[in-house]
Design a protein around this ligand. Structure first.
Ligand code: ATP
Ligand code: MG
Length: 316
């Protein structure tokens, strides 16, 4: 089974720590840590950690772009990069060690032209993956309807399209129809056009998406409460184990990585969602942008398989 991830708005994530953030002072920081970032790229990293393989497709340019490619290649992740003019964006996060608060600065990225995005889609078309995962925001320059095009391409090449994004980009793609959606509560509310959903309305809301043809499977991620797996045949709550939370950065992408990897291994939807929760929860146990440790995933997955059943069909 071939997996491709698409990151139209990748970034170089730089992080460091300092004792206290004080204005007008020279602040001594720890050595800068540099990671490859962006939704789809994170998913590729997660799949790799689980022992799987995927091709990370993304546009990149300038020194940051070169660095981004190199980091992934060094980590053993297969990339298919569309070279662009201009500089790939970078994000800087500084953690104040005295308070453990993280300050995240996002710098503007270069515009991506439709022709450059099209070149990314051509890579997908040539590769003909079984699973296509797109995650993250759209870069400036692309219309908010762009994921519709990706959905159409996925249908044409018979790839199962999994999308994790938000806002108008998500609404447009859902209209077009795809394989799996992983909204959180806020994203699900937006998808069904209501301000706020109560817990007992989540299954009906997700089912309504399936009925109107937005997707075949919905996994509503519920943060510390795990997720709700919904298909046309029913729904199931997968609880998240209680873990010592450090940072939720990357939880959603880790969850998607676990799910797509499980699917590519021929696992059932239940196992897919269970592994997704295990990866998401394991990601929260690590600081900063670090995703998860596979041994933690295994431990949490075992717990979910053993005790998760007790919660089956719970009405929250
Ligand atoms: N506090 C937590 N404790 C345990 N597990 C958690 C916690 N927060 C998140 N998770 C795990 O991560 C998964 C995804 O988290 P969440 O629902 O917050 O996604 P998200 O809002 O899409 O996150 P992101 O901000 O990364 O996009 C959850 O289903 C759960 O397994
Ligand atoms: Mg998310």
């Amino acid at each position: 089974m071939k997996i491709a991830t698409l990151t139209l708005n990748p970034a170089l994530d730089k992080s460091s720590t300092t004792e206290r953030l004080i204005p007008e002072h020279k602040l001594r920081c720890s050595a800068m840590r540099i990671d490859a970032g962006g939704g789809g790229i994170n998913v590729s990293k997660g799949i790799h950690k689980l022992g799987g393989e995927s091709t990370a497709i993304f546009p990149a340019g300038g020194n940051n772009g070169t660095r981004l490619k190199q980091i992934l290649t060094d980590a053993g992740i297969v990339t298919s990069v569309v070279d662009i003019d201009g500089e790939t964006r970078e994000n800087i996060s500084i953690t104040e060690s005295s308070s453990n608060l993280q300050y995240r600065f996002t710098l503007p990225g270069v515009e991506l032209t439709e022709a450059q995005a099209e070149a990314c889609l051509e890579r997908i078309e040539r590769m003909k993956p079984d699973y296509l995962v797109a995650s993250g925001s759209l870069p400036p320059g692309l219309p908010e309807t762009y994921y519709e095009k990706v959905a159409q391409l996925a249908r044409r090449i018979n790839a199962r399209f999994i999308l994790d994004t938000s806002g108008k980009a998500l609404l447009c793609a859902a209209k077009e129809g795809l394989f799996l959606l992983k909204p959180n509560l806020a994203e699900l509310s937006a998808l069904v056009g209501v301000e706020k959903l109560e817990m007992n309305q989540v299954d009906d809301a997700a089912l309504s998406l399936i009925k109107k043809g937005s997707c075949e499977v919905v996994v509503v991620s519920l943060g510390p409460q795990g997720c709700l797996l919904v298909t046309k045949d029913g729904f199931e709550h997968i609880p998240a184990p209680t873990v010592k939370k450090q940072s939720t950065v990357g939880a959603g992408d880790s969850m998607v990585a676990g799910m797509v990897w499980a699917l590519s291994q021929g696992k059932s939807y239940r196992e897919m969602a269970q592994l997704g929760v295990a990866c998401g929860s394991a990601a929260t146990m690590n600081k900063g942008t670090e995703l998860f440790h596979p041994r933690e995933v295994q431990r949490l997955y075992d717990w979910i398989q053993q005790y998760g059943d007790r919660y089956r069909f719970t009405d929250f």
